[in-house]
Design a protein around this ligand. Structure first.
Ligand code: 5GP
Length: 222
């Protein structure tokens, strides 16, 4: 049975040296290491897709609303949905029909969470009534964003809400207030970028999940 809880990346693992990877020239000086290579991200997403498919097809005979949390979640969303589609294509005995929604939640300025969350892009909220939702998020840090989002969505009385987050962060200071139903990796308390995760709109165009250098953090500060 495939694990729904995250694969733990330990604090002692500092990542792979940059010179073993093909990285864009424009970011090479701003990164410290490759924490999770693109290929491993893909493998884990495939496993999550398989687990989600086998869990949810039983409970959800109707469409599952896959809700992409933009912008950071877009690559994960796209890869996860296409891997669930693969499951659908390859199986004749079961299926999981999906519809797709896109929303935006903003809570970060520089590399710090703020307690103000903003949810944009949800049209026709009443159509969520009695539906099954899968929220697809890039990373859960404090958990504040997800608690706020879930609370907002619950107002519209969906039947179920499941949450999948590609990453969860192991926080040094205090515990995270939200645990997703499915998670890809648990990462140490660093600010990570790449695979659509940004730092002030930089690094989304990077394939691997990387840790930034202090100099990079300063360079792209707003
Ligand atoms: P939370 O409310 O859980 O503290 O933060 C969730 C949001 O903060 C995520 O959706 C993501 O946009 C952003 N975030 C948190 N940690 C990181 C990180 O390490 N890297 C990036 N790029 N974004 C992060």
């Amino acid at each position: 049975h495939i694990e729904s809880s995250p694969l733990v990346i330990s604090d002692s693992f500092e990542g792979y040296p940059l010179n073993f990877f093909n990285l864009p020239l424009h970011y090479r000086d701003d990164l410290k290491s490759v924490l999770i290579p693109y290929g491993l991200v893909q493998d884990r997403i495939e496993a999550l897709a398989s687990r989600i498919f086998s869990d949810l097809h039983i409970h959800i005979p109707e469409q599952l609303i896959c809700m992409c949390v933009l912008k950071g979640g877009y690559r994960f969303f796209s890869d996860l949905v296409s891997k669930i589609q693969n499951e659908n294509r390859l199986r004749n005995d079961r299926s999981l029909p999906m519809s797709l929604e896109f929303i935006r939640v903003r809570s970060y300025i520089n590399d710090h969470s703020t307690d103000q969350t903003e949810i944009i892009g949800l049209s026709d909220l009443n159509s969520l009534k009695d539906k099954h939702i899968l929220i697809v998020e890039d990373i859960i840090d404090t958990g504040v964003t997800m608690v706020a989002l879930k609370k907002e969505l619950e107002k519209f009385k969906p039947k179920t809400i499941n949450v999948v987050s590609l990453f969860t962060k192991r926080r040094n200071d205090k515990k995270c207030i939200f645990k997703p139903d499915y998670s890809g990796f648990e990462v140490p308390d660093h600010f990570i970028v790449g695979y659509a995760l940004d730092y002030n709109e930089y690094f989304r165009d990077l394939e691997h999940i990387c840790v930034m250098k202090e100099s990079g953090i300063i360079k792209y500060k707003v």
